[in-house]
Design a protein around this ligand. Structure first.
Ligand code: DON
Length: 593
């Protein structure tokens, strides 16, 4: 592990589990912790605990983490149990075949740091990886399915390196919950069943997922089906005994490379050397002050921390608190701040180990103060920012404007969890195999990521190189935004979400609701979403967000109502204990003691 210093409008309509389905699943999994569901998506369960808490996207995973801490483990120990169970019961979202970002507050040293376990492009990949024979970008799904999109996984190395540094419990013991569930079987959740059915032919293309997610007649597995995964149990047992090397060297790495290189129609170029050379990075968090709090998140290769920091830095110039959540002016300012942040993101955010980028300049207060002037609006007649006014800025930096605009898409899946232990350690981790079911390749009981499609397919834009183009050994730009907010040097709230590039809006909106509007945790994870990345205002269908449709149109926005598939999990650290909650749009829970 080395220390580094880093100072498409897509609605997932086919990928959504319903709130009702979540109730059924939660009751099946654990009668005692079923989340309350209101009609619509505005209420989540408030969970309070004195000593420790885990909030994750599946009850079995959250309970595994809770049990580890109850038996004397710490947050980092619990992270290993939570991730290995998620990889089994929520395989479409994250797992051993993917990557993750971790923001971690270590109570003993009082230090906040981040770990980058992002996948890397193979050494044999070139900037033309996603171009066809004529030099044109491939269609997105043609690039996703198969071996071409698979990057060297980072999650297993992250778990081990961070556990070696901070863990208390014996490494092998942390694999027992997932191993037992994989051997004895677990109930397929309604959300997983719905996703299998809606992915149809893609998930049937390759033998691994075809044999695992469908029954002998070829029908998708139904909710409640008890699914066993002996291959996953075997993989876990190997890593429990042999550590991460059992994954990165020998039969497991060989099986992944073979699966990727022999994928019919769309083989990839991953090699054993990529596994040998893979390492995670510890990076400084990106922190911005907002209303006297320090909002800290993940820097490059994620765009999450910088984009959220930019949004807050611009919004700090406005009295959002007085406007409140019912005033369309709050949404005008938030939406246009987001559009400006996305314009900078398209030009300036990528893996800073490969391209020099102006990260400090992008979150500089003076720069953001100037950008915020664009949001002023005419007090008598405020309007949405004109399309041609939304351009990347020129932060203090000698390379300004040397990079072209990006063209990368991100599709729904991914998972976020937060853990606070008895010692006051706090972690916020977003973990992914990128799109639902990743590359649709499976080996040794887990799916392989399609993270490389987070790179820009285009290498150049108007003759300028794109910062986020594919390069050998580079990490694709992410939107993942695991966040910890600090107050007077101590953690106040840990939060994050899946959702592709909508993650940035989900987390920023939750932070504004918490910090400016004083909403409790169970409301910030559940409040209806309003997101504006590229000009169109996306509002969450079937919720009270729809009341803003006409007022936003009157300000000049195009408005699009659709389902919004966040999975926000948050824990607040108060003077009296912990308060946590899980997004009612997915199947998660907060549990603690
Ligand atoms: O790293 C990223 O930003 C994406 N690969 C995350 C994908 C995601 O969150 C899909 N979510 N629902």
């Amino acid at each position: 592990m080395r220390k580094a210093t880093a100072i498409g409008t897509i609605f997932a309509t086919s990928l959504i589990g319903t709130g009702m389905a979540s109730v059924v699943f939660a009751q099946q999994a654990s009668d005692t912790i079923a989340p309350e569901r209101a009609t619509g998506t505005t209420v989540a369960k408030r969970v309070e605990a004195k000593n420790f808490m885990v909030a994750a996207a599946n009850p079995l995973a959250a309970e595994a983490g809770r049990d580890v801490i109850a038996k004397g483990g710490n947050a980092i120990d619990a992270m290993v149990a939570v991730q290995t169970v998620l990889g089994l019961v929520e395989p479409q979202s994250s797992g051993l075949g993917g990557g993750a970002f971790l923001v971690y507050y270590d109570a003993a040293s009082k230090k906040l740091t981040t770990f980058d376990g992002r996948e890397k492009a193979p050494m044999q990949a070139t900037p033309k990886l996603f171009l066809d024979d004529k030099g044109q970008p491939l269609k997105f799904m043609d690039a996703v399915v198969g071996g071409r999109s698979v990057g060297t996984p980072g999650t297993v190395r992250l778990l081990e390196d961070v556990h070696k540094r901070y863990g208390k419990a014996e490494w092998a013991s942390l694999f027992s919950p997932a191993e037992k569930l994989a051997t004895d079987g677990f109930q397929v959740s309604p959300r997983l069943a719905g996703l299998i059915a809606s992915d149809g032919d893609r998930l049937k293309k390759y033998e691994g997922p075809r044999g695992y997610f469908f029954d002998a007649s070829g029908a998708p597995l139904k909710a409640g089906h008890v699914l066993k995964n002996p291959a996953y149990a075997e993989t876990l047992s190997a890593i429990a005994k042999g550590g991460a090397d059992a994954f990165y060297k020998g039969p497991i790495a060989e099986a992944i490379v073979k699966t990727v290189r022999e994928a019919t129609d769309n083989p990839g170029v991953l090699s054993l050397a990529d596994f040998e050379n893979y390492g995670i990075n510890e990076r400084d968090p990106v922190c911005v002050t907002y209303r006297a709090l320090d909002v800290c998140g993940m820097g490059p290769p994620s765009s999450g921390g910088v984009a959220i920091g930019q949004m807050l830095g611009m919004m700090e110039n406005f009295d959002i608190k007085s406007f409140g959540p019912d005033n369309v002016q709050s949404w005008r300012i938030l939406g246009d701040a987001q559009r400006l942040a996305f314009a900078d993101r398209e030009r300036y955010l990528a893996d800073t180990d490969f391209v020099p980028l102006p990260i400090k300049g992008l979150i500089d207060k003076n720069y953001l103060g100037e950008r915020a002037k664009l949001l002023d609006g005419d007090p008598a007649n405020p309007r949405a920012l004109a399309k041609d006014a939304v351009k990347a800025g020129e932060p203090a930096w000698d390379h300004a404007l040397l990079f072209g605009r990006d063209a990368a898409l991100e599709m729904p899946s991914t998972s976020h969890f937060v853990i606070v232990d008895k010692e006051g350690n706090v972690l916020s981790m977003t973990t992914t195999i990128e799109g639902g079911f990743g590359s649709r390749l499976m080996t040794n009981g887990f799916l392989l990521n399609n993270e490389l499609t987070d790179f820009s397919f285009k290498t150049h834009d108007n003759g300028l190189p794109v910062a986020n183009r594919v390069e050998p050994g580079k990490r694709p730009r992410s939107s993942m935004a695991p966040t910890i907010v600090m107050k007077d040097g101590k953690p106040l709230i840990a939060i994050g979400s899946p959702g592709g590039s909508q993650i940035i809006g989900y987390v920023a909106q939750a932070l504004v609701a918490y910090i400016d509007w004083g909403m409790p945790v169970e409301q910030i994870v559940a409040q209806p979403h309003l997101i504006n990345r590229f000009g169109t205002y996306d509002i969450e269908a079937g919720t009270t967000a729809e009341k803003f449709a006409e007022p936003l149109k009157a300000l000049g926005y195009e408005v699009n109502a659709g389902e919004m598939n966040s999975g926000l999990h948050a824990i607040e650290i108060t003077g009296n204990g912990l308060v946590g909650s899980a997004d009612p749009r997915r199947e998660g829970v907060a549990v603690g003691e």
